[in-house]
Design a protein around this ligand. Structure first.
Ligand code: CDT
Length: 314
């Protein structure tokens, strides 16, 4: 039996602060139709797809902040995307800012959902690794305030059996952390869906910022290879409100090879036919976890948060 799935990464060019949900959804619909015309059965949209990447600003007006968040999914403005996806029989991943009423209080998460080909939400993930700060940093023209706007995800890294594959999700900065992929691989993930917004000035140091594209590719390729999984990574790209977002959306095989990559920093759909049995090949051989992993030697990974080096030499 053929276990292949044609996936698309639907990269989005810049989304202006003034763009309405309706404007954005029209662009998503165009990408969805293009992906479907090219045979895609699953489309991955970026992190915080529906708005500009607002954590670059320190906003204090609660009404202004709330306007970037969704209180329901689908809501009236996003419903057309769900309806068209169901009509075309295409599943999708969508990242958005989620405002939830939970445990008797308002909570804010950086969230993604997995929607199957019948338009049903089959999975929800809330970003675990929030980069940046919880307060504005002096001397920076552009902030990164995800810790101010969101709390860390409280759902772990679940996986779902959907559309013929075992799928997991993560969001942007999560892709730089080895634990993200490993937790999903230990649940049999064959394909990891990932949306991101990565500006090319995020470290504030020219030497490391000039390597932003390289570090993106390095992280995703290593994650895919070391965990025998496909990764579909989709960017928000281009000059968004003065912030240069790198793009480089890509589809990476369990071999670590890039099989498709965006060549622009605008709205662009890339596709690839992903053989899920390729994940099984690596999982049966070099990365046969059950045979080769030695978890007793890895305890520090869950017991310790930051590094503790040995005392100074006498
Ligand atoms: N959105 C997001 O997580 N972006 C980060 C870059 C900024 S770190 C201050 C990333 O890891 O790509």
């Amino acid at each position: 039996m053929d276990r292949a799935i044609v996936v698309a990464a639907a990269q989005m060019g810049p989304i202006a602060r003034s763009a309405t949900r309706k404007d954005v959804v029209l662009r998503l619909l165009a990408a969805l139709r293009q992906a479907h015309a090219r045979g895609a059965e699953l489309v991955v949209f970026p992190e915080l797809t529906l708005t500009t990447f607002f954590p670059r600003w320190h906003l204090t007006d609660p009404a202004e902040i709330d306007a970037f968040f969704e209180t329901e999914m689908p809501g009236p403005e996003t419903l057309p995307l769900f309806e068209e996806a169901r009509r075309l029989g295409v599943g999708f991943y969508l990242g958005y800012a989620e405002l939830a009423a939970e445990e008797g209080r308002t909570r804010r998460f950086n969230t993604s959902i997995l929607v199957d080909r019948a338009g049903r939400v089959v999975g929800k993930y809330r970003k675990v690794h929030l980069p940046g700060y919880d307060a504005p940093q002096a001397g920076r023209s552009s902030q990164h305030l995800e810790k101010y706007y969101f709390e860390p995800g409280n759902l772990g890294f679940p996986v779902w059996r959907s559309m013929g594959a075992v799928m997991g999700m993560c969001i942007c900065n999560d892709r730089r952390w080895a634990e993200t992929y490993r937790v999903m691989a230990l649940q049999g993930a064959e394909m990891i869906l990932l949306g991101y917004n990565t500006p090319d000035d995020h470290t504030g140091n020219f030497d490391s910022d000039s390597l932003t594209g390289f570090h993106h590719q390095l992280s995703v390729q290593a994650g895919a290879y070391q965990n025998s999984t496909w990764v579909v990574a989709t960017a928000k790209a281009g000059n968004e409100e003065g912030s240069r977002m790198i793009g480089q959306s890509m589809i990476v095989a369990p071999s670590g090879q890039i099989v498709a990559m965006a060549t622009t920093t605008d709205d662009e759909v890339i596709t690839a036919r992903c053989d899920l049995d390729m994940a099984a090949l690596y999982r049966r051989t070099i990365f046969d976890f059950a045979r080769h992993r030695e978890p007793d030697n890895y305890r520090l990974i869950v017991e310790r948060k930051g590094p503790v080096a040995p005392p100074q030499e006498p």
